[in-house]
Design a binder for this molecule. Structure first.
Ligand code: UDP
Length: 390
C-alpha cells in the first residue's frame, strides 16, 4: 500500500463522565464517516453505567472500523487526593495510570496517524506523546471562552509564581481579543479553592497547551466566533496550537438509548407521552449526568414545577454516580408532593436520549445546569434554555 493510500488510524483516549465521553465519541464518529480506523482506549473500570453502556454501543456500531483496547487503571489511594468527587478521582486515577499507555500504543498493528485525548490528561501524557511519531491533539469539553480562560491562566500566573489563582484573579479577568471580561463569580469555584485537585490540574495543564499539535472543540464560528478568533490569532496566549471548532457535536445513531424493549428502558414511554402534549408546552429538566441535585433543591424544584403551570419532563439524579442512585423520589419528596409531581409531569431516573427529547416539537424549554454539551445541544435544536449552574 502506498503512503497516499494508507488508512488514517486515530487513537482516542476519553476521561471520566458522559460529558467527556460524548464529545470524544462524537468526534471519533466524524472521522469514522470518512473511512478512518479508530482505536478507542477505554480507562477501566468506568465510573458510571451510562459510560460503559455508551462505549459498548459505540464499539458494536462500528465493528469493522473500531478496535477497543482497555487501559486497566491502577487503583488510587483516595487519601492522596484532595477531592471526594468520583469523577474527579477518576481523572486523577487516569492521570496516574497513563504510563501504561506506552506499551499499548507501541503494540498497535496499524501505525497511528494521530492521538486524540481528553483535556484533563495534558501534562501526564506529554512524556508519552513526545515519543510518538504522530501528532497529538486534545479535545476540549467546554466552550471556546472557557478555553481562552484556561489558556490565559498561565499568562496570569507567570508573574505570580507559586501563587494560587484565588490570590491573582481579581474581580474580573480581561482576556486579550475577547471584549467582555470574565467576572470572578463565573470562575469555577473549585479553581479558587487553594490546593484543590481542579486547581492543580488546571494550573499544570494550562502551561502545557503549547506542546500540543491542536485542539478540537465542540464550538463553532456563529456561536463563539470572537473567542475562536482570539485563540487562533495568538491574542489569548503565545504559542497556542490551532483550535478547530468542530461543533456543534450532535448525537449519533450509536447513542440511541433503549426504546423500552426487554431491558425496560424509558425512552419509548417518554416519546409516547411527548407525542400527546401540545407543541412547545413541555419544560424539560436535566442537570447532566454527573450532578446530584441537593435534597433541599429537589423539593424546591418539585414545588416550582408543580406551580409553573406547564407539563414537564424531569430527569432526577439523587447521586452523582448512576449505579448508586437507588432511592425513589417519593422517599425524598414525601408521598403528597411526589404524587402532585407525577400528576403534572413525568419524572425519570434513567439515562435519557437528551438530543431526541430536545428535538421533540412538544418541548418548549430546557432547565439545565449549563453543561457545555447540553448548551450546544439546546442551541442547535433551538430550544430556549434557562441555566441553573450547580
Ligand atoms: N445526557 C443524556 N441523557 C441524560 C443525561 C445527560 O443524553 O440522561 C447527555 C447530554 O445530552 C449531554 C451529556 O450527557 O451530551 C452531558 O454533558 P454536559 O456537558 O451537558 O453535562 P455534564 O454531565 O458533563 O455535567
Amino acid at each position: 500500500m502506498s503512503v497516499s493510500e494508507r488508512v488514517v488510524h486515530l487513537a482516542f483516549l476519553p476521561s471520566a463522565g458522559i460529558g467527556h465521553l460524548n464529545p470524544c465519541l462524537r468526534i471519533a464518529a466524524l472521522f469514522l464517516r470518512y473511512g478512518c480506523k479508530v482505536t478507542l482506549i477505554t480507562p477501566k473500570p468506568t465510573v458510571s453505567l451510562a459510560e460503559s453502556n455508551l462505549i459498548s454501543r459505540f464499539c458494536s456500531s462500528f465493528p469493522h472500523q473500531v478496535t477497543r483496547t482497555d487501559l486497566n487503571l491502577i487503583p488510587l489511594d483516595p487519601t492522596t487526593v484532595n477531592t471526594s468527587d468520583p469523577f474527579w478521582l477518576q481523572f486523577e486515577t487516569i492521570r496516574r495510570s497513563v504510563h501504561l499507555l506506552a506499551p499499548i500504543l507501541s503494540s498497535l498493528s496499524t501505525p497511528l496517524s494521530a492521538f486524540i485525548y481528553d483535556v484533563s490528561l495534558i501534562s501526564p501524557l506529554i512524556p508519552v506523546t513526545e515519543k510518538l511519531t504522530c501528532p497529538s491533539y486534545i479535545y476540549f469539553t467546554s466552550s471556546a471562552r472557557m478555553l481562552s480562560f484556561f489558556a490565559h491562566l498561565s499568562v496570569l500566573a507567570a508573574p505570580n509564581q507559586g501563587a494560587h489563582p484565588s490570590s491573582f484573579i481579581g474581580d474580573d479577568i480581561k482576556i486579550p481579543g475577547i471584549a467582555s471580561p470574565i467576572p470572578r463569580s463565573s470562575v469555577p469555584t473549585v479553581l479558587l479553592q487553594p490546593n484543590s485537585l481542579f486547581e492543580s490540574i488546571f494550573m499544570e495543564d494550562s502551561a502545557n497547551l503549547a506542546k500540543l499539535n491542536g485542539v478540537f472543540i465542540n464550538s463553532f464560528e456563529e456561536l463563539e466566533g470572537e473567542a475562536l478568533a482570539a485563540l487562533n490569532e495568538g491574542k489569548v496566549a503565545k504559542g497556542l496550537p490551532p483550535v478547530y471548532g468542530v461543533g456543534p457535536l450532535m448525537a449519533c445513531e450509536f447513542e440511541e438509548v433503549d426504546q423500552g424493549g426487554q431491558r425496560g428502558g424509558c425512552m419509548r414511554s417518554i416519546l409516547e407521552w411527548l407525542d400527546e402534549q401540545s407543541e412547545t408546552s413541555v419544560v424539560y429538566v436535566c442537570f447532566g449526568n454527573r450532578t446530584a441535585t441537593r435534597r433541599e433543591q429537589i423539593k424546591d424544584m418539585a414545588l416550582g414545577l408543580v406551580e409553573c403551570g406547564y407539563s414537564f419532563l424531569w430527569v432526577v439524579k439523587l447521586k452523582r454516580v448512576d449505579k448508586e442512585d437507588e432511592e425513589g423520589l417519593e422517599e425524598v419528596l414525601g408521598s403528597e408532593l411526589s404524587s402532585k409531581v407525577k400528576e403534572k409531569g413525568v419524572v425519570v431516573k434513567e439515562f435519557v436520549d437528551q438530543v431526541e427529547i430536545l428535538g421533540h416539537p412538544s418541548v418548549g424549554g430546557f432547565l439545565s445546569h449549563g453543561g457545555w454539551n447540553s448548551v450546544t445541544e439546546t442551541v442547535w435544536k433551538g430550544v430556549p434554555c434557562l441555566s441553573w449552574p450547580q
